[in-house]
Design a protein around this ligand. Sequence first.
Ligand code: DGL
Length: 278
Amino acid sequence: MSTPNEKPGKIGVFDSGYGGLTILKEIRRRLPEYEYLYLGDNARAPYGNRSFDIVYDFTREAVENLFARGCHLVILACNTASAKALRSVQQRILPERYPGRRVLGVIRPTVEILGNITESRHVGLFATPGTVNSHSYRLEMAKLWPGVHITEMACPMWVPLVEAGEADGPGADYFVMKYADSLLNSDPKIDTIVLGCTHYPLLLPKIREYVRDSIRILPQGEIVAESLADYLRRHPEMEEKCLKGGRVEFLTTESEERFDSLASLFMNEEVHSRRIIL
Ligand code: DGL
């Protein structure tokens, strides 16, 4: 339970695996003064094909683990968890058990800026099957930008390619081309595509090859970082509870060696993680 006198804690950043590192990187660039605690549930990734109940259970376990490690604020740096578990976590466990703590997702801040970017009023989304089936993007778009048409494309093979360290490999081309063609054939008027999965920026160079230059491709890192900066500005009571010092600690549910070698590539710096069990 949170009490007003609790010590400041690190900002928690959670993803099913490596994808959230693309968000963490931008958050640290934008807000270097804070301390961060990253948790990748690599042993149970990907989440993208799992049911609502399972994604909720896994996400709740991760969030409670980060709370137990002193985080007051946790970012779900995962669209699948944001789509399938954020609201339930916010409604079912925060008010009663963790009244002073907050969990924020990545979908709302992304949708908030989308309508200002598209000129054709036709946007596309690449995301996991879980995010697409939840239609969270479509529902949020309908609320915030009712005049903008969104086509959602599930890309079930992309997260496994990234988690396997194959994002640059020749095998990735086939699946990038397949989903890119499908999306653009479904709606040729699309002028903006959201990478609605935090793993996908690792595939960006390949996605760029199969999407015409006039189409803008939006990764979420900078958007989420800016939205977090805005949140902390508007919530000084939470900002005070965020530890400063500029360090970052990494936790994974898989083996440390495996996490460290891939995570170091994603972060462009040496990463030393600790394995935990959720
Ligand atoms: N990075 C998660 C997301 O943004 C990933 C997915 C997964 O585990 O399938 O949706």
